[in-house]
Design a binder for this molecule. Structure first.
Ligand code: ATP
Length: 628
């Protein structure tokens, strides 16, 4: 028999069961003490963590509140003129100096304010380094901290004129102040810097791509400012224009008091290449205003686009519509419209219709999607700001609707003509300033120098005239080597040149092209002009003959079409009359028609069969009525 081990006792009289029980209890007790300490620490840690996290969140919340309450954030969206101001401002403030990522573009005339990455100030560089600047940057301006961030979160995008899709970005400027005046100061400072930097240039905003983003003006170009005296027009024309525009800008108050809308319309009209666009660019430079230019011939410019474009032009800017006659059908278009209107209808639609275009857009070429009323609304200022100089150019004033030309829409008209003798002379003098050609300066001049240079000049002139053909492929005649020295002054050569130019026959642009080919050789220019004019005339006559031939063929084609149409109608009428006289068609199987004409087989044929057979000789209306 085995004794119960739990009842066995050790030497001190303690049972093993009790011993192990006491051992376990002490382990548990120890463990309990440890876990109590652990729990305490955990709770402490938990409380500490919560306090830290709450503090952190509170701090963040406070920062946000403070930022929100005690700072101003201004957003500048790409496409808006103010975006260009702030971009230039930031570039001048050297905010991007720590940028490490750049977009590199070959330099072009489009606006972009880039970082100079080269040390030598004389190096111009042929590329632009535009920072991607996604990270916020801090900088100081007039003792204040400003934070700057670029964002493209707006999701706006636009087509560029190159046909690519470009994401539009915004610049966010945060100022730690409550003074709104400081923001206005910043913007004004940026604008002034922009004007200063642009003083040597004329800024032209173009709507040259379909753009449905915040602004329709898709690109900005700058041209070197042109002096007004470089525009060669009959005396007083340019001065009158400048005076009128200056007075308009200065008399805003008068317009407001008189209750007259503060806008002024100008129409410059005349043959191509006579200086209309150049005048507007030079005027914009003189008035220090920017140009917003669009063409009504662009495929994406319709009434809505035009209204949006006009309304987004800032005050005191030039709104330029080139070739405004595009909105009006030409005589050719009208002829073709008449053809189109009379064209046979096939399957319910005229096959020649460019689908979706308004009526006046239908023609040999789609001229414009803009309607006359859309254009007049824009000129009248519906939805557009006042204080605007509206300029339009056209080669065909007789195509314009009288409604467009009435005062209030067009207040000042300037006619441009083909070059006069005086213009030709002035152009020559401008091309060959005596300062650049001292050997051709008016007397007194050093005879020896003149004779020596005349020789070398003669040599150079011959080479020059041979190597630089005019774009019209007409080679200028070489200079006669034995030109009398006494007449070889710039004014004298200018007279020779001008007297050989037939007045009212050539545009200033054509003369400029000719003179460009002789830009270093005034004598050759004066001597060769007669031969060049003869060549231009020959070329023109040939072109005119080609055009007349083309027109003659087109007219003949139209007449043939008209005759065919009228012949077809005549045949139809006589066929109808003939059928009216002999109304019993032999092959007709239409039940209703047979019944109508007294056929004994009436009621046996199906309407479908009968419809197709009867159509061979019956009138369409009767067929549709009887056989359906
Ligand atoms: N009267 C002028 N004075 C000075 N330069 C002129 C004059 N006319 C034309 N030019 C020169 O000819 C070129 C074309 O001129 P511009 O584009 O101003 O002509 P336009 O009349 O506007 O022609 P278009 O009707 O085809 O637009 C320019 O380079 C310009 O410098």
């Amino acid at each position: 028999m085995y004794p119960d081990p739990t009842l066995q006792q050790d030497a001190e009289g303690t049972s093993p069961f009790l011993t192990s029980f006491l051992g376990l209890s002490s382990i548990f007790a120890a463990l309990g003490m440890v876990s109590q300490a652990y729990l305490g620490s955990s709770i402490k840690l938990l409380i500490l963590g919560s306090v830290i996290e709450t503090g952190r969140r509170l701090f963040q919340w406070l920062i946000i509140r403070l930022r929100f309450q005690y700072s101003i954030t201004a957003q500048f969206d790409e496409g808006d003129p103010a975006y260009q101001w702030i971009l230039l401002f930031l570039t001048q403030e050297n905010v991007w100096r720590r940028s490490s990522q750049f977009v590199v573009n070959a330099t072009n005339s489009r606006r972009k304010w880039s970082v100079k990455t080269w040390a030598d100030p004389k190096v111009k560089g042929n590329a632009e380094y535009v920072p991607t600047y996604q990270q916020p940057q801090l900088f100081r301006w007039r003792g204040r901290w400003l934070e700057i961030k670029r964002s493209n979160e707006s999701g706006e995008a636009r087509f560029t004129s190159a046909g690519t899709f470009q994401q539009l970005s915004s610049i966010l400027v945060t100022m730690y102040t409550l003074d709104m005046g400081l923001l206005s100061e910043l913007v004004e400072d940026a604008r002034q810097r922009y004007i200063e930097v642009n003083r040597p240039n004329v800024v032209i905003h173009l709507a040259d791509a379909p753009n449905f983003g915040p602004t329709p003006w898709s690109s900005v170009k700058q041209k070197v400012r042109r002096l007004l005296n470089s525009i060669i027009l009959p005396e007083g024309v340019v001065d009158a224009l400048v005076h009128d525009a200056q007075e308009f800008i200065a008399s805003e108050d008068w317009y407001v008091e008189a209750g007259i809308p503060h806008r002024r319309g100008y129409l410059l009209y005349g043959p191509p290449g006579t200086g209309k666009t150049s005048t507007i660019y030079a005027l914009a430079g003189a008035l220090n205003v920017e140009i917003y230019s669009l063409s009504l011939a662009s495929s994406f410019v319709d009434d809505a686009f035009l209204a949006r474009a006009a309304s987004s032009i800032p005050k005191n800017s030039i709104f330029l519509i080139e070739d405004i006659d595009c909105a009006f059908p030409s005589r050719d278009d009208e002829d073709e419209l008449a053809d189109f209107a009379a064209a046979p209808v096939q399957g319910g639609a005229r096959m020649a219709t460019p689908a979706g275009f308004p009526v006046q857009a239908v023609g040999r070429a789609v001229r414009s999607l803009v309607t006359l009323s859309g254009l007049l609304n824009v000129i009248d200022g519906v939805g557009s700001e006042e204080g605007k100089l509206f300029f339009a150019t056209t080669n065909y004033i007789d195509r314009l609707d009288p409604a467009l030309l009435r005062p209030g829409r067009i207040d000042h008209k300037v006619q441009y003509e083909l070059s006069t003798e005086e213009q030709a002379r002035a152009l020559f003098v401008r091309f060959f300033p005596e300062a650049r050609f001292p050997d051709f300066a008016s007397p007194p001049y050093p005879a020896a120098a003149n004779s020596k240079s005349a020789e070398s000049q003669s040599q150079t002139e011959t080479n020059e005239s041979e190597s630089k053909p005019c774009p019209q492929d007409i080679a200028p005649a070489p200079a006669p080597a034995s030109a009398p020295l006494a007449r070889d002054t710039i004014p004298a050569l200018a007279m020779t040149f001008a007297s050989a130019v037939p007045p009212g026959e050539l545009s200033t642009a054509e003369l400029q092209c000719y003179l460009q080919a002789h830009k270093a050789t005034p004598r050759a220019a004066a001597a060769g002009v007669g031969a060049w004019v003869a060549d231009v005339r020959a070329e023109r006559d040939a072109r005119k003959a080609r055009e007349e031939e083309r027109e003659r063929k087109a007219r003949a084609r139209r007449e043939r079409m008209t005759q065919e149409r009228e012949g077809g109608r005549g045949r139809e009428v006589s066929q109808k009359r003939a059928r009216a006289r002999e109304p019993t068609p032999v092959s007709c199987t239409c039940a209703k028609t047979k019944a109508a004409i007294g056929d004994p087989e009436a009621g046996e044929a199906s309407p479908t069969e009968s419809g197709s057979e009867f159509s061979a000789y019956a009138d369409g209306a009767l067929q549709a009525e009887d056989c359906s």
